[in-house]
Ligand binder design. Sequence first.
Ligand SMILES: Cc1ncc(C[n+]2csc(CCOP(=O)(O)OP(=O)(O)O)c2C)c(N)n1
Length: 672
Amino acid sequence: MDQMTPHSVKTSTSERDLANCIRALSMDAVQAANSGHPGMPMGMADIATVLFHDFLKFDPKDPHWLDRDRFLISNGHGSMLLYSLLYLTGYEDMPLEELKKFRQARSRTPGHPEYRHADGIETTTGPLGQGIGNAVGLALGERIMNATFGDALVDHHTYVFMGDGCLMEGLSHEAISLAGHLKLGKLITFFDHNGISIDGDTRLAVSDDQPARFRAANWHVQEIDGHDPVVIRAAIKEAQAVTDKPSMIACKTVIGFGLPTKAGTGKAHGEAPGDEEIAGARKQLGWTAPPFEIPDALMSTWRAIGKQGADSRAAWAKRVSEAKPDLRAEFERRNRGELPTNWRDAITKARAEFIESGKPMATRKASGAVLEHLADVIPELLGGSADLTPSNNTRTAQQREIGPGKYDGSYIHYGVREHGMAAALNGLSLHGGLVPYGGTFLTFSDYARPSIRLAAMMEARSIFVMTHDSIGLGEDGPTHQPIEHLAALRAIPQLAVYRPGDPVETAECWEAILERGRQAALIALSRQPMPLLRTETKGENRSAKGAYVLHEAEGGARRVTLFGTGSELHLAVEARERLQAQGIPTAVISMPCRRLFEEQDAAYRASVIGDAPARVAVEAAVEMGWERYLGDKGRFVGMDSFGMSGKIDDLYPLFGITTDAVVDAAHKSLAA
Ligand SMILES: Cc1ncc(C[n+]2csc(CCOP(=O)(O)OP(=O)(O)O)c2C)c(N)n1
């Protein structure tokens, strides 16, 4: 591509100098760390300067103000751009020392921006494409909140920087397609069109006409010089004026703008420039200040930029205080992330209905029934599915759909876009005021996994509803039957993976998910009916402890402990009856959420696990992870191959997951 040479654009000194503050801090920090990415911050500095100077609504003194504009860098490797801006505009938790500690352990300036590490970081980015995926959720969240609370309380933009890498990732397709369809006019993205990625010229690997791609997805597109403040300003104004389409501004930039020999090349992307190159850049940029020093005049201009939003914030706070008392109370409750006081009634009702009916029920259906009650009392509950609504049982009777330009509903048809849905769920939950969940089949968690992992890392309140959770789904066959997925998902730190074994446990798991405001959750649900194994209408939420003694051994000390989850829990219960009848005192432990169980105190855990000489776990999945509860003599009944297309009644015996197999395994464990 035709690269522009640095300084080909005439700009006013002051704007270029303001941008040079970002450039200088970024190259100095990368050089000090001897690692990092100077190219993006130096290339996008002019765009960031105009955006912060003239448009971004933010207030470093109140970084969590709900109606602030959101600013994200999807090309998260350029983190020094964000950290520089946070320091320059006066975020209190981003002093200069933090910039000097760039990429060091326990700093607020890790290699890629991490949510909660510092104020002003709206999401964790780094895995390319995630930021733009989150931005769709943030921008949609804004519209949904606006539909309920009106322009006076919610009316802001979502701005995103993204690079060639983000747009090469498949996730970007799902994200831009969804945003274009939903007409998210307040989403404005800046494409860092520098034609360079790690391997060098992007033409090595891609020849897409990116602007055409966005146009095809119903976006408003402009193509500009990303170093000319005048055209950048005009482009942002034009983008803001378009209200029925998201905007993409393709900005031709020079990666590493200012570096004398590396600018415009792959060498500017991700390595410390070196002292000589930095000295050359200082000369070229006319920058005379020593490393990490910002001249007073420029610093005071940046600090003044940081103060510009205080009036908007104060005006907003006034509008909130003058809102009708009911509306204001609801708005503030939702912003605090607190559920309505009566929300647990929904759980109690669902539970009572399950017990009254006494009928077997698929846990996906039980989940749907719980959601019916929850949606009555939690208006911020926001449902959705990646085109599997009738199978996931995610849509309740009262939920109206959200669609293009229509945001006053509470159900989103994400289309066949699992990854896009999961990334958007993260954005929706990070926005505030909403509790989003989205469904697909458990086997397709693989398609959403990168965003599930980030939800867990960020402790975002994203809820993944994953049905058809084993070979029990039957005829769709091995492509659709999850085998290794539960183990792989349980391996993600901080993610709570729930697998309820009957309708009552399903209600309890939903209660546990909702009461834990800062934990990403995934609930795995069965396609096939499950007998009712729990019959208490009230009482403690036993599933919330992660595991509990469903049936204690009778007739003496425990000789066998059986562990079960989800759709195999009833096999453990039936096996226990047989073992008890054979005179072998046997307990059944239900373990709907291993992560929560591991959080319990040692005494509780020991009381549940017990010290029976024989242990067996049953789960229609791989064994990985069960070893820790089974010990050397324990046995596992489950899967060690892919599944098969067939009737459920044929498949379980075919793969040896039966009551007989559990009884047999218990005897083998006793004899071991
Ligand atoms: C999903 C993912 N794959 C790979 C990487 C490693 N990586 C970091 S930056 C980058 C190239 C990005 O190119 P571009 O977006 O053009 O950034 P620029 O060179 O303009 O800074 C790659 C492959 C990553 N961060 N995320």
